[in-house]
Design a protein around this ligand. Structure first.
Ligand code: GLU
Length: 400
């Protein structure tokens, strides 16, 4: 009898988590590696948020909580959705989990059956299709390539929907491309979705606060309120408030789905960590002004990194509109050989050669469904980015 389950064998390991772990191991072994593989702000969690967590510990907030989150946090989440996104929701329409990933996990596991389809725009965040597969359903990939600014068009969406489609997963600003849909672009997609009332929408808004050049963030349930009854709007404090390790994600959506997610969560993690929940209450209710300053830092880093990437031989990079990733094409390097003598047949070869020869950890585009690209996270200190860009430039210049 096989030890591992069929469900597990359907799933690929997470490349973002895997490469970051490999980079950490190489560093522990004394290698000089700059890791731009994981998307994680390099800022510290703000002082007022840390203080709220310490106060929670000292108050003894250290026991189990309600499965779907403490009342105070669900209230803060509802207020956030009303304040920032114009979504008319109450605490009863909100749900908290151990990171945004667990929101997606719960929602898909609680709703998908074998044979169901989920439309996933390509490039996608590595975990979307794998969670769909784990649930026994099929991801249906819808191209959103560099030619359309990495955005799904209404025509491509229409063609991807079938009678079996249960969900569309939207992520904006996108991991890995940084593409951010405007309200008008979302309206175009919403028109298609209005014609297909059996399709639910899972929107991953985790990079909401990171939209650049004065753009406004838009989310589909706000743009088209008629979709609200079948949209799960997911967000979290990880990227916005530099709280990746605290593991708090949240969402609002149809109560029937939230109830099912609560049932599932009650049989898995029971509740998100109590201390982290109190920290998230402070993150959402406390001062938000510093987010603008952080955004300005990221925008400056984006400009620097994209400028340097476009000067590298064989690379071509669109200017991302949000998040903290750039997703250049490395197609011109393929079929050639690195300075260290490695054959560069695929984007994965490029990324591995760059790691082994020049000590920069990135993630290959094919992990996100789009070969011929790689993802670089610019959520790192300026000096580190400068050094990484010097190394990438040297690598590219050495390709024969
Ligand atoms: N979302 C981040 C990334 O894409 C964190 C790692 C992960 O969970 O994938 O790098």
């Amino acid at each position: 009898m096989a030890l591992l389950s069929d469900a597990l064998l359907r799933v690929q390991p997470s490349a973002t988590v895997g490469i970051s772990q490999l980079a950490r191991k190489m560093r522990q072994a004394g290698k000089d590696v700059i890791a731009l593989s994981a998307g994680e702000p390099d800022f510290d969690t703000p002082e007022h948020v840390r203080a709220a967590a310490i106060a929670a510990i000292n108050r003894g907030e250290t026991r189990y909580t309600d499965v779907d989150g403490i009342a105070e946090l669900k209230e803060a989440v509802a207020q956030k959705f009303r304040r920032d996104n114009g979504l008319d929701v109450t605490a009863d329409d909100c749900f908290v989990a151990t990171g945004g990933k667990q929101i997606i996990f719960n929602a898909l596991l609680a709703t998908l059956n074998p044979g169901d389809e989920v439309v996933v725009p390509v490039p996608y965040w590595v975990s979307y299709p794998e969670i769909v597969r784990l649930a026994g359903a099929e991801p249906v990939f819808a191209e959103a390539s560099q030619e359309t600014g990495f955005k799904l068009t209404p025509e491509v969406l229409e063609a991807a929907i079938s009678e079996k489609t249960k969900w569309l997963i939207l992520g904006s600003p996108s991991n890995p491309s940084g593409a951010a849909y405007t309200a008008d672009e979302l309206k175009g997609l919403a028109e298609v979705l209005l014609r297909h009332p059996h399709v639910h929408i899972l929107t991953d808004d985790i990079y909401e606060v990171l939209v650049y050049d004065g753009r406004d963030f838009a989310t589909i349930a706000q743009v088209e309120p008629r979709l609200m009854a079948r949209t799960l709007t997911m967000n979290g404090v990880s990227k916005s408030h530099a709280m990746t390790g605290w593991r708090i994600g949240y969402c609002t959506g149809p109560r029937e789905i939230l109830k099912a997610m609560t049932k599932l969560q009650g049989q898995s993690t029971t509740n998100p960590p109590s201390i982290s929940q109190w920290a998230a209450v402070e993150a959402l209710n406390g001062p938000q002004a510093f987010l603008g300053a952080w955004r300005a830092v990221f925008q400056k880093r984006r400009d620097y990194v994209v400028g340097r990437l476009n000067q590298c031989e064989g690379l071509e990079c669109l200017v991302p509109e949000g998040a903290f990733y750039a997703f250049p094409s490395c197609k011109e390097l393929l079929g050639r050989t690195s300075a260290g003598g490695r054959a560069l047949a695929t984007d994965e070869d490029v990324v591995m050669a760059l790691l082994e020869e020049n000590g920069v950890a990135l993630v290959h585009g094919s992990a996100f469904g789009l070969a011929g690209h790689f993802r670089i996270s610019y959520a790192a200190a300026d000096a580190e980015l400068e050094q990484a860009m010097d190394r990438i430039e040297a690598f590219c210049a050495g390709v024969r």
